[in-house]
Every structure is written in structure tokens, then in C-alpha cells.
Design a protein around this ligand. Structure first.
Ligand code: DX5
Ligand code: ZN
Length: 217
């Protein structure tokens, strides 16, 4: 069964406490937290203070997805805010190996995200430094976008690369995950499904989470 990580970007921020309780009581495994700086992506979301507040109420793993330039400036701050997994984008760095190593040294799991245009091949030589490979299935910046079908091939390639290398890296898919495509995404090799719109636009978010969870049985 896939790990389900609801993206809080689509949550009702006026009722954030209740939204967190809902995830706590659901079959979801992680909280997916999207940090955007208006530079790397054309949108601004939230940062460390909000995440630190959420951490006080949440009872599950914090999967923090940094869509910011020079993420290496803030690794320790996100650790302090409560990140368990900290993911940076491949496209943001000259020294990604160093950044991944630093994330682990701070006691977090190291995540690396690749945009739709970045070939899976680019991470082959550092796969053992990556606990979580986030394959973007949309161009990052906004929730509620359409899943890009090119992602299926990338999932299969990533799965093959990780298996061959004998690495424990998890494959996470983020963007446009729906009740309709979740089974196919999981069958291709995904371990973690992020879902914003599918969960929070549902009239029954807990049921939506349950259905996503069942998708890869
Ligand atoms: C977008 C974020 C996603 C987003 C997914 O850049 O990384 O996590 O919230 O939203 P949905 O599931 O609605 O596509
Ligand atoms: Zn995300």
C-alpha cells in the first residue's frame, strides 16, 4: 500500500487545527508541506513559523517540500520547525550532494525533487544519498493541476535505477494525483502519493485518503 501524504497547501487555513485533526484521524501517513518563495516557483506559500505551529498539533511525519532558491540556507531552520523529511529541488543547486549530506547530518531524511523536464538519469550517481526521490508530475507552484503522463515513464526508470543500485530510496509523486490515476501510478513503482486537491476538495476527505491508500494494494 502506498504512503499517503496529503498536501496542506489545499487545506482551509482558517480551520487549520481541524484540518490537522482530520489528517491525524485518517489513514494518511505523512503531512506534505509545500514551501514556495516566489522565485523558484511563481507562487508564495508559507514557511517555518506556520510549520512549527502545525507540528504542535500534528501526529504524523512532516514531509517538507522546499520550492525555494538556495535551500541550503535554511536546512537547520526547517529541522527546528519540525521537518522529518526535507526535500530540495535538483534544479536549485550547484552542490546537491553536499546539501543532501547536510540534511542527513542534521538528523532528517534527505529528499531530492526533479521537475518534469529533468531526466531521472541526473540523480543516478547520488541515489544512495537520497532517501526520497520526489518526481514532480506537474510544474511546481500550484495545487489542482493536471497530472503529466510523461511521469509514468520516469517512475519506471526511477524504480529500475533504485532497484539496480540496491538503494532504499522511496519514490514520491506530487501533482495531479487523483482517485482515477492513483492505482496506475502505484503500479508503475511509486511508494508515496502526495494529494492536495483530491483530499481537500472532497466532500469526504477521510474517504478520499482511504481510497488513495487502497489504490496500490
Ligand atoms: C505543487 C505542490 C504540490 C501540490 C499538489 O507545487 O508541490 O504538493 O500541493 O496539489 P494537487 O494534489 O492538488 O495537484
Ligand atoms: Zn509538493
Amino acid at each position: 500500500m502506498p504512503i499517503i501524504a496529503p498536501s496542506m497547501l489545499s487545506a482551509d487555513f482558517l480551520n487549520l487545527g481541524a484540518e490537522i485533526d482530520m489528517i491525524n484521524d485518517s489513514e494518511a501517513d505523512w503531512f506534505h508541506l509545500d514551501v514556495m518563495d516566489g522565485q523558484f516557483v511563481p507562487n508564495i506559500s508559507y514557511g517555518m513559523p506556520i510549520i512549527a505551529h502545525m507540528k504542535k498539533r500534528a501526529k504524523k511525519i512532516f514531509d517538507v517540500h522546499l520550492m525555494i532558491e538556495q535551500p541550503e540556507r535554511y536546512l537547520a531552520d526547517f529541522k527546528k520547525a519540525g521537518a522529518d523529511y526535507l526535500t530540495v529541488h535538483y534544479e536549485t543547486g550547484y552542490h546537491i550532494h553536499r546539501t543532501l549530506t547536510s540534511i542527513r547530518a542534521l538528523g532528517m531524511k534527505a529528499g531530492l525533487a526533479i521537475n518534469p523536464h529533468t531526466p531521472v538519469e541526473m540523480v543516478r550517481d547520488i541515489i544512495h544519498e537520497i532517501d526520497l526521490l520526489l518526481v514532480m508530475s506537474i510544474n511546481p507552484g500550484f495545487g489542482g493541476q493536471q497530472f503529466l503522463p510523461l511521469t509514468f515513464n520516469k517512475i519506471r526508470q526511477a524504480k529500475e535505477m533504485i532497484t539496480k543500485a540496491g538503494s532504499n530510496t522511496l519514490i514520491e509523486i506530487d501533482g495531479g494525483v487523483t482517485l482515477e490515476n492513483a492505482a496506475e501510478i502505484t503500479a508503475a513503482g511509486a511508494d508515496v502519493l502526495v494529494a492536495g486537491n483530491t483530499v481537500f476538495s472532497s466532500s469526504d476527505p477521510k474517504a478520499a485518503i482511504k481510497s488513495l491508500k487502497q489504490a496500490g494494494k
